[in-house]
Design a binder for this molecule. Structure first.
Ligand SMILES: [Zn+2]
Ligand SMILES: [Zn+2]
Length: 244
């Protein structure tokens, strides 16, 4: 607790001592600018546009309009029911997520979660029937290294906005899997297989859940997490990530 307070105090100080710069392009932010991302970068964020694949939530190319599902999702088995993402994982968004995750800039959590909140509202994603919001956990070693779980940081403002309970202790992540970023697509599913379980004594029977993560790439991380939740009785698992 004291450590946490000290860190947040220091973080506050940093902002006072150093000029604030845009975390994406490093341009100096005007003092009056309340947002943490400069206007130019903000306008360059690539939005994920409909129609969406009914499984992974990616934009569907024209030739797949009538199938409602992308070619990638036809080929594989995903254990979640449906995924949603407001942004495309490239350019400014990719940079922001990198800063957020690896450079301890959890100050970015609020503006990034705001994008996710706006998306939920814009597309009327049904959250009413959901019982719990569950952030995809990090394993302990990685949590110590990074000091915060980016998925939880994104999930907290979302839970607050929609008056939902956020449950960070439901899912456990075990093995220190290699960072998915370093792996080829076909290695990713193997890398995360069996790496999640549900905390004993937690009843998920017939529960409807929303998993939160920063990025959905192949979907194998979210899929493994969803599999563990469904094995523990969950009825529906939706996934919401900032980007895909
Ligand atoms: Zn910028
Ligand atoms: Zn798909």
């Amino acid at each position: 607790m004291i450590n946490f307070m000290l860190r947040s105090l220091l973080r506050g100080l940093k902002g006072i001592i150093y000029p604030k710069t845009c975390p994406s392009c490093k341009a100096k932010l005007k003092e009056a600018e309340e947002e943490l991302i400069c206007k130019r970068c903000c306008s360059q964020i690539k939005i994920n546009l409909p129609p969406f694949c009914v499984l992974c939530g990616r934009h569907l190319e024209k030739e797949n309009f009538n199938k409602n599902i992308c070619p990638g999702c036809v080929r594989r088995k995903l254990h979640f029911d449906r995924a949603f993402s407001p942004c495309v994982y490239e350019g400014v968004t990719k940079k922001l997520i990198h800063e957020f995750k690896y450079k301890g800039k959890n100050i970015l959590a609020r503006p990034l979660s705001r994008i996710m909140i706006n998306f939920i509202k814009e597309y009327n994603i049904p959250l009413d029937f959901l019982d719990l919001i569950i952030p995809v956990p990090l394993d302990n070693a990685r949590l110590r290294e990074r000091e915060f779980n980016q998925s939880e940081e994104l999930g907290i403002p979302i839970a607050r906005e929609f008056n939902k309970e956020i449950a960070s202790k439901v899912l456990l992540r075990h093995r220190r899997t290699k960072s998915q970023v370093e792996l080829k697509d076909n290695q990713r599913a193997l890398n995360v297989a069996g790496s999640f379980s549900v905390n004993k004594g937690i009843n998920l029977n017939k529960k409807n859940l929303l998993l939160i993560d920063d990025v959905l790439t192949t979907g194998s991380t979210s899929s493994e997490a969803a599999r563990a939740l469904k094995n523990a009785g969950a009825q529906t698992v939706f996934v919401l990530t900032l980007a895909n």
